[in-house]
Ligand binder design. Structure first.
Ligand code: NAD
Length: 365
């Protein structure tokens, strides 16, 4: 049954990690390593069933392949999930046991933070393996990727504004931002610095208050965010918020935000395009965090990271061009761009020089 699923999703390898003493139940999914080692974060979540955990890790790891490919990175796609409650089940032993499993893959999979995991947890993983990114700056790592994800999202936004309105003047437009967490708060700060009108909502009332007090955003109720008269809808909390119930309510001309898997399904993606709304594909827009951690492999450098964020602007431009030229929705154009890169590099017959094993220059344990 699992191999039938893998045949459909195209995964190379799925590793079940079990250490009862440490209470570890984790799954590492390596989707595709044609472009390079599989890099993707570890999510800790109290999955209701083991099947839910398998489904999640397969979906997320596949997404990482596309994100890396469309972003021009020499990385493959992978992801890990730890089954457990991040508020109750964390321990040094758990993360060190997990680190040993990551290490056993010898660089085929490189991990990082994701939902439920922070840089302190990664400290323990880092004690067992070098194949981890997003480690603390004191070790020569890059730290929290969220500000880079936010900055990269603004680059993607500028490309979208350019196509839709013929200018990139972020401050001229209004935004409905759903979720002011790590990425969202930084994102609204950048929008407000450019003078934009910004509406925000979040289930966390303190976060909303901070966005209002510190950055001058306007708060709206959770469900009202879909009805706000704003030029851009920016999902920056959860996936699946562009769906059959919300789409008819959206008044925006552009959808551009940092959340993963924004479109509930492909039919909705088609309907978004039919309604003349420009969708900036999520995995291309939110690649800033991945770009940032990827730089740890050959020695982290903040300036290089900031320059790299700009490529998001050009990647989006290319996606919009393909969409226009081929007459296909932007989400399909992004997939096509990613698949073409993987296929063309996969066909290279030249020998690969040097070690394929990532080196992690300039880091110390
Ligand atoms: P976060 O947990 O810090 O922030 C999410 C925010 O959304 C929280 O403030 C939460 O209260 C809020 N939220 C949850 N449910 C909500 C709802 N129904 N309505 C409104 N607000 C709600 O997470 P983050 O790191 O800021 O990531 C945000 C999104 O961006 C996620 O989808 C994540 O997968 C994606 N993403 C993040 C990064 C990164 O670098 N952190 C990179 C790529 C993609």
């Amino acid at each position: 049954m699992i191999f039938e699923t893998l045949a459909k999703t195209g995964h190379e390898e799925v590793v079940f990690c079990h250490n009862p003493d440490a209470g570890l139940k984790a799954i590492i999914a390596i989707h595709n390593t044609v472009l390079g080692p599989a890099l993707g974060g570890t999510r800790m979540w109290p999955y209701a069933t083991e099947q839910d955990a398998v489904n999640d890790v397969l979906r997320l790891s596949r997404g990482m392949t596309y994100k890396a490919a469309v972003s021009g990175l020499n990385l493959g796609g992978g992801k890990a999930v730890i089954i457990g409650d991040p508020n109750k089940d964390k321990s040094e032993a758990l993360f060190r046991a997990f680190g040993r499993f990551v290490n056993s893959l010898n660089g085929r999979y490189i991990t990082a933070e994701d939902v439920g995991i922070d840089v302190n947890d990664m400290e323990y993983v880092f004690r067992e393996t070098e194949f981890v990114t997003g480690v603390h700056q004191v070790h020569g790592g890059s730290g929290d990727p969220s500000p880079f994800t936010a900055y990269g999202t603004v680059q993607g936004l500028m490309a979208a504004l350019n196509v839709k309105f013929g200018n990139e003047d972020v401050g001229k437009y209004s935004y409905a931002v759903q979720g002011v967490g790590h990425v969202g708060m930084e994102f609204v700060k950048l929008l407000r610095e450019k003078g934009a009108k910004v509406f925000v909502t979040d289930i966390n009332k303190d976060a909303v208050q901070r966005a209002v007090d510190e950055f001058g955003c306007e708060a709206v109720a959770l469900d009202e965010i879909y009805d706000v008269d704003a030029d851009v809808y920016s999902p920056t909390a959860l996936g699946g918020t562009v769906n059959a119930a919300t789409l008819p309510r959206l008044k925006c001309k552009i959808i551009c935000g940092a959340a993963n898997n924004q479109l509930a399904n492909d039919e909705i993606g088609l309907e978004v395009a039919n309604r003349g709304i420009l969708y900036a594909p999520d995995y291309a827009v939110n690649a800033g965090g991945l770009m940032n951690v990827s730089l740890e492999i050959d020695g982290y450098n903040r300036e290089r990271a900031m320059r790299m964020m700009r490529t998001i602007y050009y990647n989006l431009g290319r996606i919009f061009e393909i969409s226009k030229r081929e007459g296909i929705p932007t989400f399909r154009a992004a997939d096509r761009m990613a698949e073409e890169r993987i296929n063309s590099i996969g066909k290279l017959k030249l020998p690969h020089l040097g070690s394929a094993r990532p080196q992690f220059m300039g880091r110390k344990g």
